[in-house]
Design a binder for this molecule. Structure first.
Ligand SMILES: Nc1ncnc2c1ncn2[C@@H]1O[C@H](COP(=O)(O)OP(=O)(O)OP(=O)(O)O)[C@@H](O)[C@H]1O
Ligand SMILES: [Mg+2]
Length: 254
């Protein structure tokens, strides 16, 4: 099967001479369509930088990112905008919902901007809000929702265009463990239903154990990879062992 994301020899330097920060160093990997992948690593290891470059929000210093067979480093700004609109959804840690719009309108916003028919918008909002368990919250405003509900609304909005890939940076960072596991189960449902490829950054071994694959970053380099056999409990233990080997703390956060 052709990979949906190919990352080749990717490096990112920030800053100028004298004060250069190497955020990523010669990173290469492939992700298959429909995979649920986590990047783990300590603070500053390059997770956000990598997600931002894969999702075309940022540009690499060196190397290539190929999304669905298209080399994003060769695309013009207009072509990139279309690729982002049609193939990529992004969920930020702080949700980024618009406070003065009801949840239903927040979720539908990308479709409204794309001139999709009202019936089709309503159908998709209903389907996703049911899948994510926020169908009773659609007429509320963001301030009336819990953190977990807001995060799920943000994910519905990111999925409303039916992107091939959903990127999520620390999606469970602000959630308690119950809200986090509900959210991760929603990611799995979205993957199973739409074959969406889900790529997330996380510090949290228990969040990563919901994925089929975890790649570990340290100092901007990939220093370990693990595949799940399908048993989340066993995978969680393997991830904790890897975190310990790679020099994380003894608790579950890396
Ligand atoms: N705009 C920037 N300018 C300069 N340096 C940056 C910039 N963004 C990130 N960095 C540096 O690049 C490195 C990687 O940062 P990044 O945000 O990717 O880490 P992270 O793994 O996401 O960390 P965290 O877990 O804290 O979110 C860090 O050393 C950071 O200080
Ligand atoms: Mg980060």
């Amino acid at each position: 099967m052709a990979a949906i994301i190919e990352v080749e020899n990717l490096s990112k330097l920030y800053g100028r001479q004298g004060a250069v920060c190497r955020a990523l160093h010669e990173v290469s990997f492939e992700i298959q369509p429909g995979a649920f992948v986590a990047f783990m690593g300590p603070s500053g290891s390059g997770k956000t930088t990598l997600l931002n470059i894969m999702s075309t929000i940022d540009k690499p210093t060196q190397g290539r990112v190929i999304i669905a067979g298209r080399d994003t480093t060769l695309l013009k700004e207009k072509e990139l905008a279309l690729l982002r609109r049609d193939a990529i959804g992004f969920v930020f840690q702080d949700f980024n919902l618009l406070d003065n719009m009801a949840i239903q309108d927040n979720i539908a916003l990308p479709l409204t901007l794309n001139n999709v028919r009202t019936e089709e918008i309503l159908r998709r909002v209903e389907e996703l809000s049911l899948l994510f368990g926020i169908d009773n919250q659609l007429h509320k405003y963001p301030y009336q929702l819990s953190g977990g509900q807001k995060q799920r609304a943000a994910i519905c909005r990111a999925l409303i265009n039916q992107p091939k890939i959903l990127f999520a940076d620390e999606p469970t960072g602000a959630l308690d463990s119950r809200a986090a596991s509900e959210l991760l189960a929603c990611f799995q449902n979205a993957r199973n239903l739409y074959n969406t490829t889900v790529v997330m950054a996380t510090h949290d071994a228990s969040a990563a154990s919901y994925c089929d694959r975890v790649m570990f970053l340290k100092d901007g380099m990939i220093c370990g990879r693990l595949e799940s056999s399908g048993n989340a409990g066993q995978f969680f233990k393997k991830i904790l062992d890897m975190v310990a080997v790679l020099g994380g703390k003894s608790n579950e956060r890396f």
